[in-house]
Structure formats: C-alpha cells, structure tokens
Design a protein around this ligand. Structure first.
Ligand code: ATP
Ligand code: MG
Length: 230
C-alpha cells in the first residue's frame, strides 16, 4: 500500500516489546517505509575494533544507555547519510530517541528541514511476557532479524531464514542485564511520552503478542498516512 503523506514514525517500546518484529511486518506491508534501529546500528559498529566500538560495547554489555551526545552524533550522521533529513522522506525509527534529551536534539535537527517525527507509537506489553520472550530470542546479527523459539522459530533450527547463517544470543539478553535495561526504559518513558504528547503525535497500542499488536499499528498508519483505496 502506498503512503500519501510522508510518515516519520518512532516505535517506542521496552526491550523485547517487539519493535524489530513489528518493523519487519510494516516494511512488508508498506514497502515505501525505510527503517533504522539504533541497536542494530550500534551492533554493526562493534566488530570494527575501533576505540569507539570498545566504548559502545562497554555500555551495551552493562545495559547502560550511551551518552545522548554520542547517540545524537551517530544517529544524526546516519540520517544525513541516508538523505532522510527532508520533508518528503518516509521512515521509521526504533530505539532512538529514547531520552527526552535525545528527542529534543533530534527535533532541533529535523524541524528546520520540516522533517519532524509525525507519529509515535508506544508498544505496551506486559513486563512478564517481555522477560520470557527475551529468554527465547535468537538474532541474526548482520541483518537484525529476530526469531523467537516459541512463537516465531526459524525454518531451520538456529539458522537465519534468508542467509542460512547461524543465529546467536545477544550478550545483553541475560536476565541480569535485561532487568537493568527494563528499569532504564521505565525511567525514561514518562518524560519521553510527555514530550511527544505535547507535540500531539503520541499513540499507544497494547497486547502481549505481535499478532495482536500489529493490526492496531498498521491501522494507525493507514488512518493517518495512506489512501484507503490504494
Ligand atoms: P530490543 O531488545 O527489543 O532490541 P532494546 O531497546 O533494549 O530493545 P536495542 O535498541 O537493541 O535494545 O539497544 C541495545 C543497547 O544499545 C541499549 O541497551 C543501549 O546500551 C544501546 N542503545 C541503543 N539505542 C540507544 C539510545 N537511543 N540511547 C542510548 N543507548 C542506546
Ligand atoms: Mg531492537
């Protein structure tokens, strides 16, 4: 389905809330959307062996957030490189901004280009469900594709469906680190939501499986950004 107005969407959700899975489904249904996941961008830097990659890795391993300034520089650079800083662009962000500081800085970059975020969807999923899901989660690091051994298993056990490469567990998906990441998410969430609520772009969808959440998310996109008959 073609989108009529440019969509600049932020998916806001706890670790394991399904951002990656929902993004894949949106991209399939709306091929004009492009996506960027801050976690995937950071993980793709890790193998480079640079000082920056060591710095990034030390934060991720402990479940801490990278400093806002560094994130804004990294993601701002990536948006620019992809030529997304213009009012015609249609894209989706996952994982950035995740603090009010990042949200403010990003808005300062986007606003002069008339490219501000025009839809934020908060994914509201039970914390207990999230913890179980992360335990069963395996990833294909190079692509960011996510599998769940219970709900969304790969066609061949422990192999990526597209490339056939091995799946791995993320270092930061251990119980201890996950609980830190959840605490941080909960701490940042209210002020971040308030920021976007004041801009009148905040929506919330609730549900404990992506099959329940996805239709609500797709409907929001259709209602706000596309031709019904298209
Ligand atoms: P999920 O597990 O569902 O992918 P997540 O949001 O916990 O969700 P990522 O987005 O992949 O995981 O992020 C992994 C780590 O990368 C974070 O714990 C943090 O250390 C770092 N990170 C990612 N995005 C940001 C950001 N916007 N600001 C600061 N640190 C970030
Ligand atoms: Mg992610």
């Amino acid at each position: 389905m073609a989108l009529v107005r440019p969509l600049r969407l932020l998916l806001l959700g706890a670790p394991g809330s399904g951002k990656g899975t929902l993004t894949s489904r949106l991209l399939k249904q709306f091929p004009t959307i492009s996506s960027l996941s801050s976690g995937d961008i950071l993980r793709s830097q890790l193998s480079s062996g640079t000082t920056l990659s060591h710095e990034i890795s030390s934060y991720i391993k402990e479940g801490k957030l990278l400093p806002d300034k560094l994130m804004v520089r990294l993601i701002g650079g990536e948006l620019d490189k992809r030529n997304w800083l213009n009012k015609q662009s249609t894209w989706l962000l996952d994982g950035f901004p995740r603090t009010v500081g990042q949200a403010r800085s990003l808005d300062q970059v986007l606003k002069p280009n008339e490219a501000s975020i025009n839809m934020v969807v908060e994914l509201d999923v039970d914390q207990k469900v999230i913890i179980d899901r992360i335990e069963a989660r395996w990833v294909h690091v190079n692509s960011g594709r996510v599998y769940n051994l219970d709900y969304n298993p790969p066609k061949v056990p422990f192999k990526d469906d597209i490339t056939g490469e091995p799946l791995t567990k993320r270092d930061d998906d251990t119980a201890e680190v996950v609980s830190k990441r959840l605490d941080l998410y909960n701490k940042e969430l209210q002020p971040l939501k308030q920021f976007y609520q004041e801009l009148n772009v905040l929506h919330t969808v609730s549900g404990n499986t992506s099959d329940i959440v996805y239709p609500q998310l797709a409907q929001l996109v259709i209602d706000n950004y596309s031709h019904i008959n298209n």
